[in-house]
Design a protein around this ligand. Sequence first.
Ligand code: AMP
Length: 540
Amino acid sequence: MFGLMQKHALLISDLIEFAQANHGDTEIVSRRVEKDIHRTTWSEVAKRSQKVAHALDAKNVARGERIATLAWNGYRHLELYFGVSGSGRILHTLNPRLHIDQMTWIINHAEDQVLCFDLSFAAIVAQLQSLCPTVRHWIALCDASTLAQHPELKHCESYEGWIEPHSTSYDWPELDENTASSLCYTSGTTGHPKGALYSHRSTVLHAFGIALPDVMNLSARDSVMPVVPMFHVNAWGIPYAAAMVGAKLVMPGPALDGESVYELIEQEKVTFAAGVPTVWQMLLNHMSPKGLRFAHLRRTVIGGSACPPSMISAFKNEYGVEVLHAWGMTELSPLGTLCSLKNKHLSWSQDEQMALLIKQGRSIFGVEMKIVGDHGESQPHDGKTYGDLYVKGPWVIDRYFKDTHSALKDGWFATGDVATIDPEGFMLITDRSKDVIKSGGEWISSIEIENIAVAHPSVAMAACIGMPHPKWDERPVVVVVKRAQADLSKEELLAFYKGKVASWQIPDDVIFVESIPLGATGKMLKTRIREMLADYRLPL
Ligand code: AMP
């Protein structure tokens, strides 16, 4: 027997309609490429996203076609989020930090029809134009007079001119909730990038999931700043969840340096922010020497790569800001887990709480996790046994875009991460499976070794790599960027490890470098670090 409730599809257009009807005057603030601060409201974003839908109709872009964006976080990008997906087209967010060859490959693979771009990327677009034959329309996210100042851009039209003639009211189609809504390619360290194709259903369910109190705890009382880019897994779903709860949105545009982010947080009374550790490190580096404080910021979600415990304590103890460590990936829309305490942990000591808070956290309802051993056998959730992390749920990928085979193994998606899960469900990522260091048959967590290094006051960044060893197979070395003017010797850093890990886990060597290569999403590129160390030999 079926239930007798309405079969109302979960659609992205419902999110923007809801925000317009219930939170119409709530502000959307953007720092623009033009460098000024722009203010609008959910109501205006809703109206202009309907103009976008009409403008796509006028260009005869069929449902299911891909519309690419090459843009920072800002109101025009937000309008495209709702206008493109709401009208049944697929929003394809491109990462501008990728190499031009990779970007070309992705656009051609996605067969994008329209490409909307911020003027910061004019030079990239000028190159792409001859390389991407499927793109019929190039739209610059600005007005006509600003575009006129860029004579190097040919065959482009301005976004404002494009949407201007159209009505602010559009009959959003009643799509099947499993209709594709947006597309993101994974950075792919090996082989070609792969596309994760989200649906309206998966996106709306993910928005419900991340807004929950034990996750991001988003509400209409929040002023929310996604520092995480809208071109990286839909800014972790925050634009959708903000519309769902009617939060104020504050978008930093291209200015991601510590000073600009701090200014905007204070000026717009931001209560909740989200970003990767490297961006927060820039913020703390700006604030610490000047003795600056936050007046309103209460919570921040940090994820994308492991958040060092030293950063969690700095936010908490020096700035009174709660850090919520989160884990996810493109294939998970992206959120899988987030670390927040349970009632019984509230009476624990600071140290006991910290030991939990450094973990990547527990499952959000909707994401099931398991860890498995080398032969596929399930491993115990005892907080000690490592295993390959597998997940499943309604916002987890089944199959990559244009692939004929499912990406799943017995219904589970292999994340490529290695983790432990404790009896209470708290998961700790110890490594990407390809970065695991195996020394004498025992595993050493490169993340743990890196976290200890960056807790040293003279260390700005650290990457731990396994190096071939004749007796132990592999031994860890730590590649370190010192803080400006810091004086630190190899011996001092190695001594710092004593008592913090077992003695056999202490790295064999410290290699000081000027910088560590980062990928397009701000993660350390261990493949490149290994290439840099091709001629390196361990001290034996
Ligand atoms: P991406 O799909 O580019 O977002 O990358 C996903 C990968 O980033 C995951 O599979 C993890 O290896 C890594 N990652 C994301 N969040 C964390 C975290 N909090 N701690 C450690 N690794 C993380």
